[in-house]
Design a protein. Sequence first.
Length: 248
Amino acid sequence: MQADVRQVTDGIHLVHGSNTNWVILTEGDEVTLIDTGYPGDREQVLASLAAVGSSPEAVAAVLITHAHNDHLGSAEYLRSTYGTPVYLHEAEVPHARREFLHQVTVGQVVKNSWRPGVLPWALHAMRSGGTAHVPVAAPEAFPTAGALDLPGRPVPVHTPGHTDGHTAFHLPHAGVVIPGDALATGHPTSRLQGPQMLPDMFHHERARAVASLDVIAALEGDLLLPGHGPVHRGPVREAALQAKERAL
């Protein structure tokens, strides 16, 4: 399956993998890679880098919104093969090492299997490495507060709830917010289209996840590049508030 690489604005590409998105920020000869899809998406990750005229050797850092397998998939491969640093929120670092796992359980999936789309999604997740053991051996906390000295100058924004250390990334100069799984625009297990929270079974602490929508609403921007679903163009504040309204 080919990765769907879409340039959303200068130097910023949203890539639709098999069921998860990642983002490539380009600047000169270097790139920042935000999330890496499922373990089974590795060839698509590498192909997407080539599609924007880059390579894994040119990745200055991998930034991870949160350490679920469908976002962490190729992080350790890039770290161990190319020496690429892998950065997360400090609360997410032990999660990436798999000292614990805040992820939907098989039991929760079974309980929700009557919902439309859940079984096909679960089968895809298993085939793509959703239950594989893919820890990052040496993940690192973000090295500084504020904008990171990386291509795109992304600003990490702590948005807990989906996981404890879940992080969105803000690109103020471009009006772009990369909300990870704190805010989606679609998902195989959801009948909704447009800004929304993921279904309840995916969140470690739903109440904190709902509260984090206010954090996203406070970010200036008019382009949302979510972890699941298509790009959303329009005020980020309105999108986050719409998702919150749908969740309450």
